[in-house]
Ligand binder design. Structure first.
Ligand SMILES: [Zn+2]
Length: 63
């Protein structure tokens, strides 16, 4: 059975999809981390309601 190789979603290099590659479908731990980081950044872009910001006591006035 020939080893299955996929393109790493992070860097595009061939990455082994075999069971021994625990970072699959990425080629390395670094690429997996980078991709997860971008994923988290996407999540941060979702606006979050902050009900406390309106009456925050120590708010400095704009200059
Ligand atoms: Zn990679």
């Amino acid at each position: 059975m020939p080893p299955r190789v996929v393109s790493c979603p992070a860097c595009g290099k061939p990455a082994s999809f075999a069971a021994e590659n625990r970072f699959r479908p990425f080629c390395s731990e670094r690429c997996r981390t980078v991709d997860l980081g971008e994923w988290a950044a996407e999540g941060y872009r979702i606006p979050v309601k902050e009900p406390d910001s309106a009456d925050e006591p120590g708010r400095a006035p704009p200059e």
